[in-house]
Design a protein around this ligand. Structure first.
Ligand code: GLU
Ligand code: ZN
Length: 278
């Protein structure tokens, strides 16, 4: 099987040093394996994505000396694929419509109890309000995780990065307690981040997912969705995050760290590569 990884930025702001690092790690892994590194534009959230940020992504990556196969997959063109995956989960009886607003979820969550986690990788752990309601019409779509896990064997994946190197087993009890009913479709979006990433990685034949360690927790969700949809689970490389002098992780909107800013200030691509350890 050809090694294939990807760099999958969201065009919601300028690429910063952390993105440069992620793209370079993915590119290096692909070259080392004699495979390829794809670029995917994750513009699933159309309310935050902007064409000028997408244009700047191409510009920044070319400037860094990176190239990628064409055509580039863009999530805004992928609605049909997401709907197909959703229909499959729907036919398995694993989805339900959730009409809760954020405030409803906060109110239903009740007082925090000791030892019971309140937040997971998908935000506040959903209290299950709409699970048995058979709502029709508009709302978000959630996965009934308890029901989904019932039919599955153990969930596993392999991490190749240093931070969490090795095989990982995903416990069903942990999933129920610490993650809960995840969102498959957000209001006003074609799919959630989780569903779109899983469907896209499979359709692109990705054999290794390369991304920052900030998405480590989300991987459990992705492995579950792969199992339910009958898709292969790639290996994972969660790399460390680039931090500033104070140890704070570089936020996306941190303009001072934008690659374009370095370029404007006269830095060379080699300077930027060196700054992130390449
Ligand atoms: N689009 C995501 C981001 O920019 C990355 C998704 C992924 O690599 O799975 O943070
Ligand atoms: Zn609800």
């Amino acid at each position: 099987m050809t090694f294939r990884t990807r760099f999958a930025p969201s065009p919601t702001g300028p690429l910063h040093l952390g993105h440069a690092y992620s793209a370079l790690v993915a590119d290096r892994d692909a070259k080392a394996a004699g495979g390829e590194c794809l670029l995917r534009i994750e513009d699933i959230d159309q309310s935050r994505s902007r064409p000028q940020w997408e244009a700047q992504i191409y510009q920044d990556l070319v400037w860094l000396g990176l190239s990628w196969p064409h055509p580039v997959m863009r999530q805004s063109n992928r609605t049909a694929a997401y709907h197909k995956a959703l229909a499959k989960l729907d036919a398995m009886g694993l989805t339900y419509t959730c009409t809760c607003r954020r405030a409803d979820i906060e109110a239903a969550a009740g007082a925090p109890q000791e030892g019971v986690p309140q937040f997971g990788p998908d935000g506040r752990i959903y209290p299950g309000t709409c699970r048995q309601q058979n709502h029709t019409g508009s709302g978000a779509i959630r996965l009934n995780v308890e029901k989904a896990l019932r039919g599955l064997d153990t969930l596993t994946f392999t991490e190749v990065g240093n931070l969490h190197y090795g095989p990982h087993l995903i416990g069903k009890d942990m999933f129920l307690r610490e993650i809960g009913d995840i969102i498959l479709v957000r209001r006003g979006m074609a799919a959630s981040y989780h569903l779109s990433v899983v469907v896209d990685d499979a359709d692109q034949g990705i054999t290794q997912v390369t991304r920052g360690a900030d998405l480590w927790e989300a991987t459990q969700i992705h492995v579950l969705l792969q199992a339910l949809l009958g898709l292969p689970t790639p290996t994972y490389h969660h790399h460390d995050l680039i931090r500033d002098e104070t140890g704070k992780r570089l936020a996306k909107r941190d303009d001072a760290r934008a690659i374009a800013k370095y370029r404007e200030d006269g830095a060379t691509p080699e300077d930027v590569r060196r700054l992130v350890g390449f």
